[in-house]
Design a protein around this ligand. Structure first.
Ligand SMILES: NC(=O)C1=CN([C@@H]2O[C@H](COP(=O)(O)OP(=O)(O)OC[C@H]3O[C@@H](n4cnc5c(N)ncnc54)[C@H](OP(=O)(O)O)[C@@H]3O)[C@@H](O)[C@H]2O)C=CC1
Ligand SMILES: CC(C)CCC[C@@H](C)[C@H]1CC[C@H]2C3=C(CC[C@]12C)[C@@]1(C)CCC(=O)[C@@H](C)[C@@H]1CC3
Length: 346
């Protein structure tokens, strides 16, 4: 039986690089499913993968993680198509309207925190969030809640007797406890919704291990390092892509001091790929697995303890369950009112 691997946000950047790496090591034994919101870009990604691996099994799935109805119908589709799911990569993510604090950056360059600043982006980035049509904060809905709902919907094929499955989150070293507030899990009030959402994924992964390990489901988080992708290009919108390319020699130099400058999607996908090859029982639920690249360009994966605790992870898990049940109620009412309005129209 071929293993089924589903990757969210697989049409570009780190997600697409992971798919390429998975197929390079095993073209025949995998059923790869690219879950993307934009089907045109998804088709282009599939064609690129099939060009280098013509015999691979690569399917597409329409999924917008920021939309509740999209997540629910995508999960139904997955359950119809496959009777197993071995790896679920929760990779889709956004950092919209980023604001780069030039003053803090310049101050950071001449401080003792320079390496931390380059490795985590701490203190130099804020974002302006918006609200989805389901009335959720967009970054929270896309990066966390849509994925949580997807896992809940896919439970029957993720937790099967006699086998293990893995959840693998693309988190970030930009995840900070200080950006997260249990009383405001959607980060409606702060200016660091991205950091908050990534810290929430670290907590949620821990809670998922507590609740699902007995049923053979294991969860891990990774940080890809600093990678040149659409997401990072958006940080300095006044900078065209070619200027980022021109800066590459500077970034290679910085890499000598911090191995977190992985820079290419291939390098950034290192920890995602490494986890694919591990026995899930051997992994540390409190560790974040970092993709790292040495000054000489050698890739490796290193676990580092996360700043998370069981009590907060449980509290977040309970809040997500509560939000899930509210959201399901809201969805039912929305469906009822749509049915009623179409009834009056006929
Ligand atoms: N680049 C970096 O330095 C770092 C990235 N990360 C994380 O890595 C992950 C991948 O990002 P990266 O490859 O860098 O950036 P990209 O923008 O290249 O990839 C993000 C992917 O997520 C998809 N996506 C965004 N919103 C949704 C949505 N609502 N529903 C479904 N798919 C969606 C995008 O699709 P579309 O093409 O339609 O926009 C795209 O395929 C993210 O979670 C990011 O936070 C973490 C640390 C560092
Ligand atoms: C133009 C200048 C010469 C260089 C500017 C550098 C900054 C734009 C980057 C330095 C460290 C980078 C970084 C991120 C974004 C871009 C920088 C701030 C992230 C915050 C991107 C998203 C993540 O999840 C983090 C892991 C990245 C950490 C480093």
């Amino acid at each position: 039986m071929n293993k089924v691997v589903l990757v969210t946000g697989a049409n570009s950047g780190i997600g697409l690089a992971l798919c390429e790496r998975l197929l390079s090591q095993d073209t025949e034994g995998l059923q790869l499913c690219l879950a993307c919101r934009n089907m045109c870009r998804a088709q282009a990604a599939r064609s690129a993968l099939l060009t280098s691996h013509p015999t691979a099994q690569v399917a597409l799935l329409q999924l917008d993680t920021s939309s509740i109805s999209s997540v629910i119908s995508a999960a139904q589709e997955v359950k119809l198509r496959y009777n197993r799911l071995d790896y679920l990569y929760l990779n889709a993510g956004i950092m919209p309207n980023p604001k780069f604090d030039v003053q803090a950056f310049l101050k950071g360059i001449f401080s003792r925190n320079i390496i931390t600043m380059f490795a985590t982006g701490k203190g130099i980035l804020t974002q302006k969030d918006s609200v989805t049509s389901d009335d959720l904060q967009e970054i929270f809905a896309t990066n966390i809640f849509g994925h949580f709902l997807l896992i809940r919907e896919l439970e029957p094929i993720l937790c099967q007797a006699g086998k293990t499955s893995q959840l693998i989150w693309t988190s970030s070293s930009n995840a900070h406890r200080s950006a997260f507030n249990l009383e405001d899990i959607q980060h409606q009030r702060g200016t660091q919704p991205y950091s908050s959402s990534k810290y929430a994924s670290d907590l949620l992964s821990l809670a998922l291990n507590t609740h699902f390990n007995k049923q053979g489901l294991y969860s891990s988080v990774i940080c890809p390092g600093f990678v040149m992708t659409n997401l990072t290009h958006g940080i300095l919108p006044c900078f065209p892509a070619f200027l980022w390319t021109l800066l590459m020699p500077v970034f290679w130099l910085i890499r000598i001091f911090t191995n977190t400058f992985t820079l290419t999607p291939y390098n950034g996908a290192e920890a995602l790929f490494w986890l694919f090859k591990q026995k899930p029982q051997s992994l540390d639920p409190q560790a974040k697995y970092h993709s790292l690249t040495s000054g000489l360009g050698k890739n490796y994966t290193q676990p580092r303890k996360m700043d998370v605790d069981l009590e907060t992870s449980e509290a977040l898990y309970d809040k997500l369950l509560k939000l899930e049940s509210e959201v399901r109620k809201y969805l039912k009412e929305k469906q009822k009112s749509t049915r009623a309005s179409s009834h009056f129209r006929t």
